[in-house]
Ligand binder design. Structure first.
Ligand code: GAR
Length: 225
């Protein structure tokens, strides 16, 4: 008889910071094993949480490497120890070389705090407020060579309130990130993400004419299962 969990696919989560998206992934009880959490920052709160959960951790601190190639070589080694089905970037704040991205082509996901292709890069909430946009949000996408680009899997849109500051807007977006990311990973694991001509279709997603998942202050599309 197989051991419980033995047949589950492995995923590896890369983090740099506080780890709230990691927490959401753990809480979702996805049909996979989080085989390891790897951080480029030794002090990342996400690492402490992973240890509490009994998840294997590793630190690959970019500061200690002479080149990006050397850093990525070690990072790849640490990831591939676990032969992951999927590598999940959950607030991992390093830019990858094309070689790294190619190595994980089709199995590298990222979450970004904006409605891509708007606001790639840093300080997305501050820039959205400065521009006076009325709708902001977050995106889960496959990673390709260009920064914060790649086929989009799911997005959540939130309103920008008149009295928002960066913290308030960031919190509103983050709450949706925690809903999107576990769903996107689940779709991946269920092999329901179909890529054609650079666009993702979620197989067996709710009918296109059905409204997206709506909460008090967000619209998510495709609708969550
Ligand atoms: C999240 O808002 C995530 O979207 C963002 O970092 C934060 C990590 O928070 N990622 C990026 O900006 C990547 N370009 P967390 O550590 O609490 O999950």
């Amino acid at each position: 008889m197989p051991l419980p969990g033995a047949a589950l696919p492995a995923i590896v989560v890369l983090v740099s910071g506080r780890g709230t998206n990691l927490r959401a992934l753990v809480a979702a009880e996805l049909p996979c094993r989080i085989a390891a959490v790897i951080s480029n920052r030794p002090e990342a709160a996400a690492l402490a949480f992973a240890r509490e959960q009994g998840i294997a951790t590793a630190i690959v601190d970019h500061v200690g490497f002479a080149s990006r190639a050397a850093f990525e070589h070690e990072l790849t080694t640490q990831i591939d120890l676990h032969t992951p089905t999927l590598v999940v970037l959950a607030g991992f704040m390093r830019i990858f070389s094309p070689g790294f991205v190619a190595h994980y082509a089709g199995r590298l996901l990222n979450i970004h705090p904006s409605l891509l292709p708007a606001y790639p890069g840093l300080h997305t909430h501050r820039r959205a407020l400065a521009d006076g946009v009325r709708v902001h949000g977050c995106t889960v996408h496959f990673v390709t060579d260009a920064l914060d680009s790649g086929p989009i899997i799911v997005q959540a849109a939130v309103p920008v309130h008149d009295d928002d500051n960066e913290d308030a807007l960031s919190a509103r977006v983050l709450a949706q990130e925690h809903r999107l990311y576990p769903q996107a990973v689940r779709w991946y694991l269920e092999r329901r993400l179909d890529l054609a001509e650079g666009r993702i279709r979620v197989v067996d997603a709710p009918h296109p004419r059905r409204p997206g998942t709506r909460t008090a202050d967000a619209l998510i599309w495709p609708a969550l299962d």
